[in-house]
Design a protein around this ligand. Sequence first.
Ligand SMILES: [Fe+2]
Length: 319
Amino acid sequence: MSSVHVEPCHPHFGARVTGFSITDGVSDADFAQILTAFERYSVVVFPDQPMTRETQVRFAERFGELEIAFSRLSEDEVGKRIAYISNVDSDGKIVPPTNKTMLGHKANSLWHTDSTFKPRTALASLLYAEVVPPSGGETEYVSTRVAWQQLPEDRKELIENLWAIHDFNHSRNKIAPGINSPHIQNLTPDQRRPLVRTNPVNGEKSIYIASHAKAIEGMDDDSAQALLAELTEWCTRDEFVYTHQWREGEMVMWDNRATMHRGRGWNDTEHVRKMHRATVIDPEILDANFGDEQVYAESQAALKPVTREIEENATSTGR
Ligand SMILES: [Fe+2]
């Protein structure tokens, strides 16, 4: 029997999932309920679940293989699977907002879904709050599944078979032009992604866009930019937004196939925010030309020098 309790936290999507302890161990029956909630609600909140980094990684691994993180916590087996998202360096000092790593984090304030620009996209992200500021620093989520369901039929017909081009450098350039070196640009080539995805478990469709989307195949640039802007605006209307106010020791897991999210600012020169993200790789290959195992393996192998380069360019983060 499962003791998991699921309580919706928004009229359209999102749920708080309680009644189990990740640290004490999640039974197979409870895990099945959590997985069902994830597929149904797209964003699941696990309140009051203080845990170690290793516990976070072990729990996340139950959903599938994990990404090796870009700005990783450390080089050990646990640390390299955790993306470290913070405004403090390894000595606990707040880094200036002009720091290159901080500028990279600022791109999180654009509506996006994680890893659409990588050779293998992300199924789920599990973000854990270790330290949160007294105010601000919320994460906003939208359901692009609900956005699809409510999209007018003529727009559905227009976009259903279109492919977008996603580029990590495109989103970074919106924040700080040229922030990515030629080396990083070479390691993050364009990726083709469908504009509409179908969940293989329940058949639900969703709009698949992100700040990384820079073009649409077969469409001139102006028309593509206009359509991407229109879809982003549609997906992020107020009624689709769930704003998560973080508490320390809490984790939120979201479905990158059916949501977008963005981080809200806070007084980051005064207050610390420390978050750890584990990211589950999507087993579905979206484009056979880009998503094959060899390209993926080369990309994973190449990540280490990328991280080193970020570290070398950073003034003081050490991450
Ligand atoms: Fe993100």
